[in-house]
Design a protein around this ligand. Structure first.
Ligand code: C5P
Length: 249
């Protein structure tokens, strides 16, 4: 029986909880950041910019550097299409990939089941499949704009419960909602992956529901996703170091 890809235990060091978002435009830049930060962070994330620019080859190349790769393409389509895309993500060797919880329980369940079954048959490592709840760039006004009357907190908690009941390994949400998710979801191993992390005095860019690395860990985030505060820093290694140092303040 093929085991799901390994999840870091809570004893692992804080640096292993950092996933660096490689939101850059070239393969050479992405690989160079991954190599530079390899021993300083837990994983790298390939999102739609890098994937659209470089294709699936970038995932294989990053995996070859020894990095764990989170494929952040936020699949959201009919259940069959998402399940088949998930199978291809597993065949690429990703450690984690995500789909939108808003796609509903059938889409999530079929993806989890079909990915698990192909991984078993083809002796592949089973990736963690996590569901995006509400983007961290979305606030209550954005939700109203698209016809959702619940607050971001309520919407995240409801989608987290649905995701957990539909076979997802965890959710992507703001760290501000981790406590509410833990109350709503019974499974103690349910993962929370939280973007929208900013060093104390940094700009928020387009993120709205932000928090610091220290607060995210205190609230119980399993993994944090950090992009621009690291990738756009003049000295990226120093930027990671200074984020880690926040824990000692
Ligand atoms: O640069 P920054 O730290 O804001 O990057 C956050 C990353 O996390 C981006 O790649 C963004 O696409 C991703 N993300 C997010 N909110 C989600 C899911 C993913 O910001 N809910």
């Amino acid at each position: 029986m093929v085991k799901p890809t390994e999840v870091l235990s809570t004893e692992d060091s804080p640096k292993d909880k950092i996933i660096v978002a490689l939101d850059v435009e070239s393969s050479s830049e992405a690989i160079s950041i991954a190599r530079e930060l390899k021993s300083m962070v837990g994983a790298v994330k390939v999102g739609m910019q890098l994937f659209t620019a470089c294709g699936p080859e970038i995932v294989r190349d990053l995996a070859e550097t020894g990095a764990r790769v989170f494929l952040d393409l936020k699949f959201h389509d009919i259940p069959n299409t998402v399940a088949k895309a998930g199978i291809e993500a597993a065949r690429l060797g990703v450690w984690m990939f995500n789909i939108h919880a808003l796609g509903g329980s059938e889409m999530m369940r079929r993806t989890a089941d079909e990915v698990a079954s192909v991984c078993e048959k083809e002796h592949l490592r089973r990736p963690l499949v996590v569901a995006v709840t509400v983007l961290t760039s979305t606030d209550n006004n954005t939700l109203r704009e698209i016809g959702i009357d619940h607050s971001a907190d309520e919407q995240v908690a409801a989608l987290a419960k649905l995701a957990s009941n539909s076979g997802m390994a965890g959710v992507v949400a703001s760290a501000n909602e981790v406590r509410a998710i833990r109350k709503m979801v019974v499974n103690p191993d349910f993962l929370t992956v939280t973007p929208g992390i900013r060093p104390k005095l940094a700009t928020h860019d387009d993120q709205k529901r932000v928090t610091t690395f220290r607060q995210a860990l205190a609230d119980g985030s399993d993994y944090v996703v950090i992009g621009r505060p690291i990738t756009q820093a003049v000295d990226r290694a120093a930027a990671v170091q200074s984020i880690l140092c926040e824990l000692e303040d």
